[in-house]
Design a protein around this ligand. Sequence first.
Ligand SMILES: O=C(O)C(=O)C[C@]1(C(=O)O)C=C[C@@H](O)C=C1
Length: 363
Amino acid sequence: MSGQDGETLDGIRRRIDALDDEIMRLISERADCAQEVARIKRAADARAEFYRPEREAQVLRRIQAANPGPLNSEEMARLFREIMSACLALEQQLSIAFLGPEGTFTQAAALKHFGHSVNTVPMNAIDEVFREVESGSAHYGVVPVENSTEGVVTHTLDRFMQSPLSICGEVELRIHHHLLSTADALSRVERIYSHQQSLAQCREWLDARLPQAERLSVSSNADAARRASREPGAAAIASEAAAELYGLNVLAANIEDSPDNTTRFLVIGPRSSGPSGNDKTSLLVSARNRPGSLHGLLSPFADNDVSLTRIESRPSHCVNWEYVFFMDIEGHAQDAHVAKALAELKQEAELVKVLGSYPKAVL
Ligand SMILES: O=C(O)C(=O)C[C@]1(C(=O)O)C=C[C@@H](O)C=C1
């Protein structure tokens, strides 16, 4: 057998072997560099942070911009994410608390962000993820914050009102829902378990294809998959990972109503990230109780050319009928124009808490 210019299959495979040797040598050299970086960080500060989200974002953005193909940029970044994950594990073995159980989209988001060389630790609730990181039992946590079709996860926003933790990253994940069951046909499905957000995201498909089946909301899609694996006649709406983990058949794939159904997750940790050159800042702001106060909260951004990309109001839980605003703005709190806007905002607002500055999601 020979290729276009007469090279035999054996010949190409010999070339691949030689390239693999070279790739391995280069990865090992890179890992040596990471160990050297760790020594420098340790010498500078005994309690040094080894994980540097801003540097990781810069590495991945540079790789995506320089990628010559034929692999697409997302795929190339995914490979480098794993190399970096393995290098970081040589510096420090990270444990990452996530909203479990095993097989949730939040776990997929944690692995997408940190790569597979970390320990992911499932928690039963968003509150427990926060507590695990607050107590120092886990280095970082990953929690869902908003979905493109169903809106914000209010539990996560509310938890920031009391938490000393900062946001140090964000992850965006395209969400594909599958109908999973031990049954082998749709006609045998009597009950469907899923998280209420997933049931909502597949409402039209369910109305059209399984109108007679009972819909039951449970704490997570992975919990739904676990139930479906035990109960005849039951199905779950969950991910492909959950299908594998619980040994279920995919009765129907990609049943979400919106084809670009995306969920955004936040990475929480003891401090926010340094500037990466393309960042976001999340704020918790409460207005003074006087006329025009909302206008006063927004004008510092307009006056300093800072884009406000999201504003969400939530009851403050301190005083009845008082509200706090969660805001996302473009830029890092250390960028001069953002720092100026924040200083002006502090003059206007009752309270301004910077929840964190962090690199915009890369992949
Ligand atoms: O540059 C650093 O600070 C490193 O520790 C190296 C490295 C990498 O492998 O590129 C590893 C971990 C950090 O999170 C960021 C980058």
